[in-house]
Design a protein around this ligand. Structure first.
Ligand SMILES: [Zn+2]
Length: 480
């Protein structure tokens, strides 16, 4: 829409109407509402950015060409040439080059990465217009370089029309930010050999060949791909069950309202989880002990979670109880622990990236086990796989060899309750456990996979939904 306005000279209303009428990619009603809000947020923020020195208020014009620069071998052994390019919104005039980075959220959300700033202002100072296609495999063809008098890097938060200037200075000042620290960080990015499977895998064109994401045809038991590649986790499944629209908006990473507050028990659960995770991350690693607990008992805080009263005392008791069943308790030197490990697999039949965010993956005595930890004052009884679908997913990932241990990775549930700790190990080789896990998984995945519209299920699910502001169907009326 900004392109339509800046290069097609449409008004915001015309641009919105043209975008809404475009027949390709029908968008979700909540995404449409958010996009309109974001466009207006961008325009308001852009109008509030103070003019650069020596530039009249509307003296910058939009630039359609990308800017890039090419740099020869940075050091011995490095590739012959690096190309650095900036996208986002570009403006120029009166000797000034300005790049506006667009954020979906607010500029107050988190500070911008200093390496990113250095890279961007380096290109603003030394870059030329890109004349060839950015997707061409050949080196970019660049136009004539015109040295700017001043370069500016601005960021804009669409959700709250916020803006701030990240850098304003001469070319020399811009090059000076690009120091050794930045070069080292870029080196690590360019040559880095680490794989970080996670939420972005479904947007990655190489996922089918990624060594960190094993391909498992039939993992989900669905034989036809959906409309496009997506990722699925137990969180997706739970959200979808509450409201299909919510699962979709989570997947789109739309900004959330923070007003939807967790209950005291949920906060206590998160605090206990975070505390135990931090104990398992210690180096050298050592077992959790019953006296290593947060305090004081009437109220304590860990990371961003604070608990008081009953929940505070219960949380301390749960943490102390965990020491009795801590996987590190017997052989701390011989045990390998990976807290909060994300395990990813790709199902080419369903065209879905499956993400398992495990609480703890550990190896003791050569045997791998995945452990899910749940905190509840009163332990749940009944069908564990039904109540904890992450266990069903873990069984499936064990059986298909995605988890380490060649099909023999153990699956455990640790329950920290008001009456003590309980660890239950599932028999992952038992046919009834295997088939039940598959059934539970299918109940979550099948309706989600078949859905391409994600209708909102307005009602009680809206009460704690962080997206009601964008949702025209939200029950409380705040969305529309
Ligand atoms: Zn422990």
């Amino acid at each position: 829409m900004l392109d339509l306005m800046e290069f097609g000279e449409r008004s915001p209303e015309d641009a919105l109407a043209q975008w809404r009428a475009a027949p390709k990619n029908p968008v979700h009603p909540a995404l449409a509402q958010w996009t309109e809000h974001a466009l207006r947020g961008y325009l308001t923020a852009a109008a509030a950015v103070p003019a650069a020195p020596g530039v009249p208020p509307t003296g910058l014009r939009p630039v359609s060409r990308l800017w890039a620069r090419q740099r020869g071998p940075v050091k011995p052994g490095a590739p012959d040439m690096y190309e650095e390019m900036v996208t986002d919104r570009r403006y120029a005039g009166h000797g000034v080059r300005e790049l506006r980075l667009v954020r979906t959220g607010s500029v107050k959300d988190r500070p911008r990465d200093s390496v990113e700033i250095a890279l961007a202002v380096g290109v603003l100072a030394g870059g030329s217009p890109v004349l060839s296609s950015r997707w061409d495999r050949n080196p970019l063809t660049l136009g004539r370089y015109e040295r700017p008098r001043l370069v500016r890097l601005v960021e804009i938060g669409c959700v709250d029309a916020s803006q701030r200037i990240l850098f304003e200075g001469t070319c020399e000042e811009a090059y000076a930010v690009y120091d050794e620290r930045v070069e080292e960080a870029l080196d690590r990015i360019v040559t880095g050999d680490a794989y970080r499977p996670g939420d972005n895998c479904a947007r990655c064109g190489a996922v089918a060949d990624c060594p960190a994401v094993p391909s498992v045809p039939g993992l989900l038991g669905i034989s036809r791909p959906g409309a496009h590649r997506r990722s699925w986790s137990v969180t997706t499944g739970r959200s979808y069950r509450r409201c299909p629209a919510r699962a979709h908006l989570e997947d789109l990473l739309l900004p959330r309202d923070t007003s939807a507050e967790d209950s005291e028990a949920v906060v206590r659960g998160k605090a206990v989880h975070a505390w135990i995770e931090s104990r398992h991350r210690r180096t050298p690693q050592r077992p959790c002990t019953p006296d290593d607990v947060p305090g004081p008992p009437e109220g304590w805080r860990y990371e961003k979670w604070s608990v008081t009263g009953l929940q505070a005392r219960l949380g301390i008791q749960m943490i102390a109880d965990h020491a009795l069943v801590c996987p590190l308790r017997d052989r701390p030197d011989d045990t390998e622990v990976h807290p909060e490990e994300t395990v990813a697999a790709y199902d080419p039949d369903a065209d879905v990236v499956v993400l398992a965010k495990t609480d703890l993956l550990y190896r003791v005595n050569g045997r791998w086990t995945v452990r899910e930890t749940k905190t509840a004052r009163v332990p749940d009884e009944g069908n564990l796989l039904e109540q904890h679908p992450q266990l069903a997913l873990a069984v499936r990932l064990t059986r298909t060899g995605v988890l380490p241990g060649d099909g023999h990775c153990g699956v455990e549930l640790e329950r920290l309750t008001g009456s003590g700790p309980v660890v239950t190990e599932l028999d992952v080789a038992a046919p009834d456990v295997v088939s039940e896990a598959q059934r539970v998984l299918a109940e979550y995945v099948t309706p989600w996979h078949a859905d391409a519209r994600y209708p909102a299920k307005a009602g009680p699910a809206c009460a704690d939904c962080p997206f009601t502001r964008w949702c025209p169907d939200a029950a409380d009326g705040s969305g529309g």
